[in-house]
Design a protein around this ligand. Structure first.
Ligand code: EPZ
Length: 421
């Protein structure tokens, strides 16, 4: 098991550069197999989710060439074979191979995807979308088979504006016959980035970033060059760390519009921010006001920043309330924060945070990716030593987190220990 040891209480100052967006990358890599030619993707984050998707590409006999920050994917010799269960179980996003393989070969057989345990995470909307396009879905104990004689464009209304279902239906529909319309589509920036990538390969998609996406099916997709957008969640995580321990900490290479919900909340509680064209400068706040927040689909407050933000709310004067509306099991970090000295209670889907409370170093667990980021944020802000275990979760989504934080003055190190230690 990997652990992170943090000596807290250090001031963070200097510049952290944001990497490519994990949640765009994990969709764009599977999307690449829709092309008949080689595609080049740059600004790929070096995270273990990228490694896991490259393992799946190798299962499918797709050639990959990785250089620092770029990935060339050549699907010319690809075979539509079953993806090893150990690979699809490693991450949720393996399910994007369903839409992509269905779109290209009209048949896919796949084991259930894995990913963070933050809720039930059904994929009924993905499957309903495939069925609307003409596919038949069969499910046995641990596997889905989705098959279609022909995929035909359809009008699809999503009951929930799901990120995954929106992308998966786009992947299945780009090579279908005729027009597909997705209504109540999710509007996250990662969806726009995936649609741009598909269009760069020759797809005809309009409306990505709005709640109606229209896809005119095309015959084939060709080679292209594409750049992944900056990771708004990674950026937001470091901005929150700056609000806890920064002194003019600059978070560089971000798109401020993607972070509006976070930035306006931070200003509301009293954090001083300098927002530039592609950067934010942030310092530790004092005398912070409490607030109420509800997570929501984009452009609302992102669920993926709810856990790191809880740490900052422990430093506000008074009672804050944080309501999670997307995932039913995303409060596992609270127990560990309370062990560090916070005063938080959870009832139903709302956490009530009484602050300010002093945080003290403790042994804590990264129960999932963003809970792990919250634990690191708490460890940086706490006095004394914090040990975060199960940090494999964190390494799935934060490129070079140790190096980035060390470069701005944090004291932390990554260690490998035997599980029984
Ligand atoms: C994506 O998950 C992200 N993951 C998540 O980020 C993020 O939390 C989430 O979107 C919401 O922003 C990736 O992009 C790989 P959804 P996804 O489908 O696509 C329900 C992180 O930390 N739903 O938008 O799985 C679902 O249960 C991760 O980086 C159905 O009921 O999320 C949830 O309540 C964690 N049926 C809601 O919709 C379905 O078929 C939104 O889920 C699909 C979803």
């Amino acid at each position: 098991m990997k652990i992170i040891e943090i000596e807290g209480g250090k001031e963070l100052s200097g510049t952290i550069r944001v990497s490519g967006a994990k949640n765009a990358t994990v969709a764009i890599i599977p999307a690449a197999i829709l092309a008949d030619e080689e595609v080049t993707i740059c600004n790929i984050p070096e995270i273990t989710d990228t490694d896991a998707l490259c393992d799946i590409l190798h299962d499918l006999n797709v050639e990959t060439t990785r250089a620092s920050g770029s990935l060339v994917i050549n699907p010319k010799n690809m075979v539509n074979t079953e993806i090893a269960e150990e690979h699809s179980k490693k991450l949720r996003a393996s399910y994007y191979f369903m839409g992509a393989l269905l779109g290209k070969y009209h048949k896919v057989s796949m084991f259930f995807p894995g990913g963070c345990s933050i809720g039930a995470r059904p994929i009924d909307l993905h499957l309903k979308g495939f069925e609307a396009l003409g596919a038949v879905v069969t499910k046995d104990k641990s596997k889905y088979t989705v098959e279609a004689k022909e995929l035909k464009g359809a009008n699809i209304y999503l009951d929930i504006a799901s990120v995954g279902a929106t992308i998966n239906i786009m992947l299945a529909a780009v090579l279908a016959k005729g027009k597909t319309i997705i209504d109540n589509a999710a509007k996250e920036p990662e969806i726009v980035n995936v649609a741009t990538f598909l269009n760069n390969m020759g797809a005809k998609i309009t409306g990505a970033g709005t709640s109606r996406i229209t896809i005119e099916g095309v015959e084939s997709l060709h080679k292209c060059f594409h750049e992944i957008i900056p990771d708004r969640i990674e950026a937001g995580t470091y901005i929150i760390m700056g609000a806890l321990c920064g002194k003019n900490l600059k978070i560089d290479n971000l798109i401020p519009e993607h972070l509006e919900a976070l930035l306006s909340k931070l200003e509301e509680i009293g954090i001083d921010l300098e927002v530039g064209q592609d950067y934010v400068i942030v310092s530790k706040g004092t005398n912070l006001k409490p607030t109420n927040i509800k997570t929501a689909v984009y452009p609302g407050f992102p669920t993926d920043l709810q856990q790191p933000l809880t740490v900052l709310l422990t430093q506000c004067n008074g009672k804050s309330k944080l309501t999670e509306t997307i995932w039913e099991n995303r409060f596992m970090h609270i127990n560990y924060l309370n062990m560090m000295g916070s005063d938080i209670t959870v009832k139903n889907q709302t956490a009530t945070i009484i602050g300010p409370t002093e945080l003290k170093g403790h042994q804590v667990v990264a129960t999932d990716l963003r809970a792990g980021a919250a634990m690191v944020a708490a460890g940086l802000a706490a006095s004394g030593k914090t040990t975060v275990t199960n940090v494999e979760h964190i390494l799935r989504g934060y490129e070079q987190i140790i190096e980035k934080l060390t470069s701005v003055g944090a004291k932390l190190k990554l260690k490998e220990i035997k599980d029984e230690d």
